[in-house]
Ligand binder design. Structure first.
Ligand code: GDP
Length: 300
């Protein structure tokens, strides 16, 4: 069988700072010029200006004029990034009460459907019973996709005819999940931002009706973000935090060439936990977020 060529990886930050193959080069003086280049590079990689400045300042602190080897610089940078990321690396909290209700929000194309399929599969494999509600009732294609993922994961998907009030579907799904003693209810939602007022009303209505069945629901509101969208991810958090009570993030598409510098900006600015990362299109391609691994991959 032919093995597909892996996509060419963009060099990491250090590779871009010093050029590939130069990591064995002699020590370099930590001077203003180097810091400026580093700063610029961090900004270009979507870390945001403030974060870039602070990371650079921390590296410079007490080390100006020192001669450092490239691996030493790489370690310093990776440590700074890992330090920012550590507080947000938290798995999704699971409370004792069942069904645990997870509301999944995000713009279309972010990987919401895929993430729900992956989560359903993970929980199934952990021996939990799961129900999915296809809450984006206006997009027939979304419902179909979710059904395919449900089949793959071996999890029932509650659907309703196109145009049904998503809140009514969510209520029915909640009723079913409770009646069946399900451990987990994953609710998909619409991801159109064209009319934010509409979407806000739709989401708050879903929340209102499921709270009739459990005043603590939803226990988690996951915002799914495409890590390859760079700065857009930041504005999506701003928007969704205003229309839903976002409790945590899933960052998708961290495989391939995107190294996800924007995660650093997100962690720094919002401090929202990153519960998981999407690392591919297959059902098992959902991984816990590991700050050390991430920092290493980013620095390269
Ligand atoms: P939705 O519109 O938000 O529900 O997005 P989908 O789940 O349909 O995903 C949109 C596209 O992104 C699909 O082609 C998915 O296969 C792809 N996708 C989702 N998550 C990942 C991921 O972690 N890595 C990669 N490479 N692709 C992903």
């Amino acid at each position: 069988e032919p093995v597909p060529e892996p996509a060419p990886q963009k060099p990491g930050l250090i590779g871009r700072l010093f050029g590939r193959g130069e990591t064995a080069a002699p020590r370099r003086e930590l001077d203003d010029a180097m810091l400026e280049r580093l700063e610029e590079l961090l900004i270009q990689s979507d870390m945001g200006v403030e974060t870039a400045l602070r990371v650079t300042a921390n590296i410079a602190e007490g080390r100006m004029g020192r001669k450092l080897s490239v691996p030493e610089i790489k370690d310093l940078l990776a440590a700074e990034i890992a330090r920012i990321m550590e507080p947000v690396a938290k798995p999704m909290p699971i409370y004792a009460k069942t069904p645990q209700v997870v509301l999944v929000v995000g713009v279309n194309g972010s990987g919401k459907t895929t993430t729900i399929g992956k989560l359903a599969s993970q929980f199934r494999e952990a021996g939990k019973s799961v129900v999915i509600a296809a809450g984006d009732t206006f997009r027939a294609a979304a419902v179909e996709q979710l059904q395919i993922w449900g089949d793959r994961a071996g999890v029932p998907v509650m659907t309703a005819p196109q145009g049904t009030d998503p809140a009514s579907l969510a209520f029915d799904a909640m009723t079913k999940a409770q009646a069946e003693g399900a451990d987990l209810l994953l609710i998909d939602t619409a991801g159109r931002l064209q009319n934010r007022q509409d979407l806000m009303e739709e989401l708050s209505k879903i929340v209102r009706v499921i709270r009739k069945k459990d005043p603590d629901a939803p226990h988690n509101t996951l915002l799914v973000l495409d890590a390859t969208t760079g700065q857009n991810a930041l504005s999506q958090v701003e928007i969704f935090r205003n229309i839903a009570d976002v409790s945590g993030l899933v960052m998708t598409k961290l495989d391939g060439t995107a190294r996800g510098g924007v995660l650093v900006a997100l962690a720094d600015r919002f401090g929202l936990p990153i519960h998981a990362i999407g690392v591919g299109e297959q059902i098992d391609d959902l991984a816990p977020f590991d700050p050390e691994d991430f920092a290493r991959a980013l620095t390269g």
